[in-house]
Design a protein around this ligand. Structure first.
Ligand SMILES: N[C@@H](CCC[C@H](N)C(=O)O)C(=O)O
Length: 287
């Protein structure tokens, strides 16, 4: 099986071209390739498929094999992949993921994709649509008790669920302890991605993320969008912000005119290769 390892500011996935043939067992393959010691090593698996509703379909799986309906860093890499591999010569493309079509614009200079701007659509704020257990039409700075401590969370879905927590000292946060407790908290029936965010000023936010199904990652595109929306709802930021993540920066704009969130950032190819699923299974599982 041929693959390409790509990343969006350090949020790395194994990408496979499934436009001609669908993969039978994506969840299992995601778990195998993601293993950082015995597999290829990644935050998950992304399949590029053909679609009748859009130019391409993206199917993303977390490192634990669970399906994620949307991936902001992944969708930029999908755009670079289809352009670099000649699956399209267009610089404006549409990609469907989790049933929602997203529109992407590639900036290409000297034949090289420099950055990708994605219309990530309108943020979803209604608790039952995120889903999160809570009263009212949205949860902004709503209290939640995790590990006997009260946090204030703002909940946003960008096609996948996010809880954004503003705090000081994110660099020192023991995210591997608190992250899983948010992820599996009883108020999130589908689990949750959690962003821990420090406000630098009204245009800059520093964010660390604990991703559902993958743990701490270097970056999360949907998480950066959710963070910008949450910061604006809390009165902490302007409509255009830079979100600083462990792996780099993303430019996010929540547009007042169409209510859509726009994300701009890079996409990079690390290497290509091939694997034999049987060999990989033996390597990772020892059988
Ligand atoms: N890293 C991604 C989000 C991937 C999916 C997420 N872990 C989920 O299960 O919702 C991004 O860049 O948005």
């Amino acid at each position: 099986m041929k693959f390409t390892k790509m990343h969006g500011i350090g949020n790395d996935y194994v990408y496979m071209d499934c436009t001609k043939e669908r993969l039978e067992n994506p969840g299992e393959i995601a778990r195998l390739v993601s293993d950082r010691h015995k597999g290829i090593g990644s935050d998950g698996l992304i399949l590029i498929q053909s679609s009748e509703e859009a130019d391409f379909e993206m199917a993303m799986y977390n490192a634990d094999g669970s399906y994620g309906k949307m991936c902001g860093n992944g969708i930029r890499c999908v755009a670079k992949y289809v352009y670099d591999n000649g699956l399209t010569d267009q610089t404006e493309i549409s990609v469907i993921s989790g049933g929602a079509v997203k529109y992407l614009k590639l900036t290409v200079e000297d034949g090289k994709v420099q950055k990708v701007r994605v219309n990530m659509g309108e943020p979803i704020l209604k608790p039952d649509e995120i889903p999160v257990v809570g009263e009212g039409d949205k949860l902004v700075a709503a209290p939640i008790v995790v590990d006997n401590q009260v946090y204030e969370m703002t909940c946003v879905s960008m096609g996948n669920p996010h809880a954004v927590v503003f705090m000081n000292g994110v660099d020192d946060l023991k995210i591997e302890e608190i992250g899983p407790k948010f992820e599996r908290h009883e108020r999130f029936p589908d689990r949750v991605n959690t962003e821990f965010v420090e406000r630098m000023d009204h245009k800059n936010l520093k964010m660390r993320v604990w991703e559902r199904g993958s743990g701490e990652t270097m970056a999360c595109g949907t998480g950066a969008c959710a963070t910008a929306v949450a910061a604006i709802l809390n009165g902490y930021a302007e409509r255009e912000v830079t979100v600083h993540l462990l792996g780099g920066d993303l430019e996010i704009c929540w547009d007042e005119t169409d209510n859509c969130v726009y994300m701009t950032g890079p996409a990079a190819t690390a290497f290509t290769g091939e694997f034999d699923p049987e060999e990989l299974r033996k390597s990772v599982q020892g059988r």
